[in-house]
Design a protein around this ligand. Sequence first.
Ligand code: GAP
Length: 444
Amino acid sequence: MENSFEKIVSFCKRRGFVFPSSDIYGGLGGFYDFGPLGVELKKNIKDSWWRAMVQRREDVVGLDSSIIMNPNIWKASGHTETFSDPLSECKKCHKRFRSDHLEDPKKCPECGGEMMEPRNFNLMFKTFIGPVEDSTAIAYLRPETAQGIFVNYKNIVDTQRMKLPFGIAQIGKAFRNEITPGNFIFRTREFEQMELEYFVKPGTEDKIFEDWIKERMRWYTEELGIKPENLRVRRQEKDELAHYAKGCVDIEYRFPIGWSEIEGIASRADFDLTQHQKFSGQDLTYFEDDTKEKYIPYVIEPSCGVERTILAVLCDAYEEIEGGRTTTTESVKEKETLLRINKKLAPIKVAILPLVKNKPDITNKAREVYGMLKQNFACSYDEVGAIGRRYRRHDEIGTPFAVTIDFDTLEKNDVTLRNRDTMQQERINIQDLTQRIKKEIYEN
Ligand code: GAP
């Protein structure tokens, strides 16, 4: 079923995934906050990336560099000169737009007035370091995490004994003063990136580039469970490439707004390290022990946005079922919202539901089960409303399992384990519950 973007936006606010930033003050354009469920989902996605890109690989190490860095870094990387978008202003209403996004660059999309000639607008956020706000104190919030990696390349080679090919990975905030942020969390002014810089011997980059494209598609489909038909690899045309890039592909997701980029994978040659060698005056060449060769490594860079991945995961999992689902144990008969999200990513893994809330024997037992399960899983204790309604509330946020404690539990020490996707219910002994849920979530 096609989901409109508005449905996802309102679902995110209604259930506490994403709120507009500074909401009670009327919001702030291009900034969002992640609520209790959003923050769990975000963490699960970042953990999945880190496991796949760092923890399970011998050839990649992690890094957490500072957001504000020496401003010369941005001169070396080219951001000070060229990290800009064309901005044009309406002569009549003085609203400003990104002119390459306008259908008619000469007419204002708001009032139809005539637009001024576009000028380049640098997207880096400026700030000052220390108490004096003069030009020598200017610094920038990083517009990408990548440069923090390049400037630590030498530290890491010197301290970690890494041998090519190897990678450095980083997850962190990036800031861009986008002229027209929009489409909810798709284009914001503050966001997070998950970036890998993979250093290779020149001449080996083409095959490694193709290998990374396959690996990254595998992550989206196998680890995140995104439907393959909603993903595609788009190769950038020669005239789209940055002047230093040897190749670049976008991984795109079929959002309700159309196919759009969630990740870029670039073959960047030796551009970045060469620039930093030049601007820092430090030797950034790599010495190959076996052949005694010295060279600047080439770089393959898979760079992915956390918020766009969250949005893709939510769009992919969100379903509305007119008339609800019916099984042997449940019949809904009204419109049902179901988040069929990968179990590993689900913000809450288990809902603990006492059948009734006014029988202390039952609620005490339910709290005991809750106390046990929350040692291992993100859980929610919920005793409000009819049991069917509670199942539905948890289906909507993608909770894969519900555990119901009833009168039989008191005698037999077993509970009902309900599965979100099949709505199947089975009795299971409390002592087997943790292992069973672990197996269902992490081994299937
Ligand atoms: N170091 C390479 C780099 O930063 P990019 O294509 O500019 O490349 C990489 O950004 C990813 O970061 C994008 O594919 C996107 O997922 C995310 N991203 C970029 N700008 C964004 C924005 N304004 N809001 C949300 N995500 C953004």
